[in-house]
Design a protein around this ligand. Structure first.
Ligand code: M6R
Length: 622
């Protein structure tokens, strides 16, 4: 989730690039950089930290030139630092990139064997090396001089380099010898072109372009464009030319920043298919049933030396831990304790060298989770953190880190980070199960196949948003809600209740459905909305029993059920259907409609969805 900009025209590129990056800072903000081509050749300035740092550097070292690319980074490979900031340059080929190169380890190894050395920890630098090498080859094979310009040379080199890369990318490339053009390419990460007076601009999102143009060309998958000041040439990765006229967009700058969504939370809910796919990318092989987490310390020896796991986390991340407990205990037969980080640090926990502590945190900065990690390490435990923000405090202090690749989450209510945390935990469970011999390869393959289908299933659920909106509107004036679930749906009930209360300020309780008779059943009265997660796995029959109990007392039942479940349709007042994804991934599918339900209740009631009262995105104090 980085921000990319590019410019080819007649004006000074640097201020336009920085202005565009400022409008894309919501896509990432741990470092930034620009590369400009002018009379002084290729000039690159990069800075760690927010864009203001880059602006400071540029004030002391202004760049002159009318062609350039820029980048604001959200780290995925390599911590935030000047060295890892984009653009990356190799032999006069400068590159900015948004996405993940899946086969980066193999490519780096191959390039190293061919004499290349790398100056950053990023996967992106590989593009610069590959493209520069291909450019040299293409030029040589056509019998051209090294500094020949035009001729589609850069586009051909990019096309050839991309054949070697597996992964996702929006890419902008320039070449020192030829200031007249940029090449951009897209595979799964967004990139757009904008036509302005005497110039073409490039950006990963529309808002960067709005001050200059509203005539936009959206690149589709596996398309590449050569961008010049007076025209662009669009083609497929196979080199087939494509004709596409610009579309006129009438978005306001605020709408554009949210990519047309009314709130960041809504945008982030809709980003989940991509975020989950990115978290799986390069880590799971459906064909072999293998999960590749060697790089986070989960090897055979460590898996066998762990006697128990302790998860520490807060809020939504704690709910993820509770789901993870079920998955790890089931697949790896290891006992898992899940502790609220704020409790763990004060209760003299029993920890030793054979304990693996897993802190889970979106921000990686939550004070209680960080303190719990420190305490566990002090007592001798090994640690593997699940974190979204690369280079954050928890990521730095844990022995190993498994990053969720959700991208920046701006809405205070966590959504895409929760589902990517669940994805990461399921990967850990499968990996541990395989290493400990409690899961055979056939079972692992089946689970990974189910996991690989989750992005598509989530897409399908998001397609039913209008039904959810109607349900939300019909219950939006209720002062109380109850959420019930059993097994791994219990934490989803907790999460559904948390989402609703934090953004709509409506009182909501999450309960283990089996606990209902022990107290909460007293709350049920005519019309009380009771959300029951009753998907077709585990304790389905029992959930149906609870549903009947709620109905008998006049509660209004909203059931989350597996598609084609005919029984439940006649029992519940409303049913939210989710695809049958298999028991392990059920919690991921069940939570998405609850996120949308909360979102639409809050939106209908007019509360501040993205910045609810009294809350902060990252809780860095105790
Ligand atoms: O950044 P973290 O995951 O450590 O944050 C933990 C909680 O503060 C966070 O999940 C909070 O509960 C969210 N507002 C939930 O939507």
């Amino acid at each position: 989730m980085c921000g990319i900009v590019g410019y080819v025209g007649s004006r000074d590129a640097a201020p336009i690039l920085v202005d565009g990056l400022r409008r894309l800072e919501y896509r990432g903000y741990d470092s930034a950089g620009v590369a400009v081509l002018g009379d002084d050749g290729l000039q690159i300035v990069r800075c760690e930290g927010k864009l203001s740092g880059l602006e400071g550097c540029l004030a002391t070292k202004p760049l002159k030139g009318t062609t350039g690319i820029g980048h604001t980074r959200w780290a995925t490979h390599g911590r935030p630092s000047e060295q890892n900031a984009h653009p990356h340059n190799y032999q006069g080929v400068a590159v900015v990139h948004n996405g993940i190169i899946e086969n980066h380890l193999q490519l780096k190894q191959l390039l190293r064997a061919g004499g290349h050395s790398f100056s950053s920890e990023t996967d992106t630098e590989i593009f610069a090396h590959l493209i520069a090498s291909e450019l040299a080859d293409v030029t040589r094979s056509k019998g051209l001089e090294k500094n020949t310009t035009g001729n589609g040379l850069l586009a051909e080199a990019v096309r050839r380099a991309l054949r070697k890369v597996r992964g996702t990318y929006a890419l902008a490339v320039l070449r020192e010898e030829d200031p007249s053009e940029l090449v951009i390419a897209k595979n799964a990460s967004p990139i757009v072109l904008g036509r302005a007076e005497g110039a073409w601009l490039v950006a990963s999102d529309v808002p960067a372009l709005l001050p200059y143009t509203r005539d936009i060309i959206f690149l589709e998958e596996e398309e590449l464009a050569t961008v010049r000041a007076d025209h662009v040439e669009l083609e497929s990765f196979d080199g087939i030319p494509i004709e596409r006229a610009p579309t006129r967009v009438d978005w306001s700058p605020v709408m554009a920043e949210k990519n047309g969504h009314k709130h960041f939370m809504h945008k982030e809910i809709h980003e989940q298919p991509r975020a989950i796919a990115d978290t799986l990318r390069g880590r799971a092989s459906v064909e072999t049933g293998d999960v590749h987490l060697e790089d986070v310390g989960l090897d055979e020896q460590s898996a066998r030396s762990i006697s128990r796991i302790v998860v520490v986390a807060c809020g939504t991340s704690w709910h993820a831990g509770l789901v993870g407990k079920t998955a790890i205990e089931q697949l790896a037969r290891l006992p898992v304790e899940v502790d609220l980080a704020s409790e763990f640090r004060y209760r003299q926990p029993v920890i030793d060298e054979s304990t693996l502590v897993i802190p889970i945190s979106q921000s990686g900065e939550t004070a209680d989770t960080l303190a719990a990690l420190r305490e566990a390490r002090r007592l001798g435990a090994g640690s593997l953190a699940i974190v979204n923000v690369v280079g954050s405090a928890i990521a730095r202090e844990a022995d190993h880190v498994l990053y969720t690749h959700a991208g920046p989450e701006i809405g205070v209510a966590s959504t895409k980070c929760f589902t990517t945390q669940l994805t990461a935990l399921i990967l850990i469970a499968i990996r541990l199960g395989r290493l400990r011999g409690t899961l055979d390869s056939g079972q692992a393959r089946a689970h990974l196949e189910n996991l690989s289908k989750v992005p598509g299933h989530v897409e399908e659920i998001l397609g039913r948003e209008e039904d959810l909106r109607s349900i939300a509107v019909s219950v939006s004036s209720s002062p109380n809600f109850l959420f019930l679930g059993r097994g791994s749906s219990f934490p989803i009930a907790l999460e559904g209740a948390l989402k609703l209360k934090e953004i709509s300020y409506i009182h909501a309780e999450g309960y283990a459905a089996g606990e209902m008779k022990h107290g909460p059943i007293a709350l049920i009265e005519d019309g009380l909305p009771v959300v029951i997660i009753a998907t077709r796995h585990g304790t389905y029959e029992k959930a149906l029993g609870n549903l009947e109990e709620v109905r008998a007392r006049g509660g209004r039942v909203i059931a989350v059920a597996t598609s084609e479940d005919n029984d439940i349709g006649s029992l519940a007042d409303d049913v939210i259907w989710v695809p049958d994804g298999g028991s392990l991934v059920d919690p991921i599918l069940a939570v998405v409609p609850l996120q949308l339900l909360s979102y639409h209740v809050a939106d209908y009631n007019g509360t501040d969805v993205d910045q609810p009262r009294n809350l902060a995105k990252s809780v860095t104090v105790e």
